[in-house]
Design a protein around this ligand. Structure first.
Ligand code: FEH
Ligand code: ZN
Length: 354
């Protein structure tokens, strides 16, 4: 099979001809149909995760995978209901199943866990293997195009989980304002969740390009703001014009740069919360007096669990989620990684296999 493999950090992926992997006894072999491309794929290749998530080289990235079952391991129970030819998505976070977090359903937080495409080989290849417990049938999914389903396993669930944290903290609802900061692969979905879960909250999209703001508008943002080169005072002034208040109740930060987080902290109203799902910089600096005296909160939110994925797949099957996909030919994967690094992709880039 053809596989796009890392042979070292900060080098383009190489297209190698390698054997189709054999599924272990409790694994399945998938013929990959589509694999979403995330900025963290660019960061993986770039070396951002070199110490936190080291990989054994050569290595196949790709963590948003949709495919069809090509073979089933000998110990996969019939009760799993998995058969050759079934269309599936891969639940990307493979916890050990026994730790405290796994038992609470949060396999993405397992400290012994494996993240597909960051440890186990991922979906930038024609085939991959996965534990049968971590594939979900999408046979009943009306909107079953794999190029739409693949991104739901990260770009779809990550902002969903973050938005639920803001909702559960009581920060959404009529008369409240929520900002989605960064309208990339995650932010396009985040705006939709702000409308779906927001119970009447005013939704504002921030981005650094008008093309990305157009996506936010298309996906239901009430207002948008181009924050490239904008000062905090200008942003607060624009918010006042839009909502009557210079500050907001909630920010879902899908960019995660020091700059975007600094802006988020500066526009948060008393009692508000910032939830970070994007990860670009290395540090987070929050002004401590305003955070303590104004009872502001910070939530980190990482990827999503199986419940999140099932909920997002259900919303998609009800036609409640719009997709903004940029199809990428397999041989163009390095160009797409570079474009992700520059922040030039509008929507989610998805490698589509024939
Ligand atoms: C994966 C691994 C480490 C950090 C961030 C990610 C994201 O792609 C998941 O949201
Ligand atoms: Zn990702």
């Amino acid at each position: 099979m053809r596989a796009a493999r890392m042979h070292g950090y900060d080098q383009p992926l190489r297209f190698d001809e390698v054997p189709v992997p054999d599924p272990g006894r409790d694994e399945v072999l998938l013929k990959v149909s589509a694999t979403g491309m995330c900025r963290s794929d660019y960061q993986l290749v770039d070396g951002y995760f070199r110490s936190g998530l080291p990989v054994d080289l050569p290595f196949i990235p790709g963590h948003e995978v949709a495919g069809t079952i090509a073979a089933v391991g000998s110990d996969v129970p019939a009760a799993a209901g998995i058969s050759e030819g079934d269309p599936v998505v891969v639940n990307p976070n493979w916890g050990d199943g026994t730790c405290r977090q796994c038992r609470r359903g949060n396999q993405q937080l397992c400290s012994n866990g494996r993240l597909v495409g960051f440890g186990p080989n991922g979906g930038f290849a024609e085939y991959m293997v996965a534990p049968y417990r971590h594939v979900l049938s999408v046979a009943g999914q009306p909107d079953s195009d794999p190029r739409y389903l693949a991104p739901l396993t990260d770009a779809g669930i990550t902002p969903y989980r973050g938005m639920k944290k803001l909702r559960d903290a009581g920060l959404l609802g009529a008369g409240r304002t929520v900002v989605v900061n960064g309208i990339g692969g995650l932010g396009g979905y985040a705006v939709q969740y702000a409308r779906l879960l927001g119970a009447g909250a005013t939704v504002i999209g921030f981005a650094r390009s008008d093309a990305k703001l157009a996506v936010a508008t298309e996906h239901g943002a009430h207002h948008t703001l181009n924050v490239r080169d904008a000062t905090v005072e200008q942003v607060r002034g624009a918010l006042e014009d839009m909502t009557g208040r210079p500050a907001v109740d909630a920010v879902l930060d899908c960019a995660g740069s020091e700059e975007s987080l600094g802006l988020a902290a500066a526009i948060l109203d008393t009692g508000g919360a910032l939830c970070q799902v994007g990860l670009m910089g290395d540090r987070l600096e929050l002004p401590s007096f305003p955070f303590v005296s104004g009872e502001k909160s910070y939530f980190g939110s990482f990827w999503g669990n199986l419940d999140d994925l099932q909920e997002v797949l259900t919303l998609a099957s009800q036609g409640q989620i719009r997709h903004q996909v940029v199809p990428v030919a397999f041989e163009d994967v390095n160009d797409a990684l570079e474009a992700l690094g520059r922040g030039d992709v509008v929507g989610r880039a998805v490698v589509v296999f024939d």
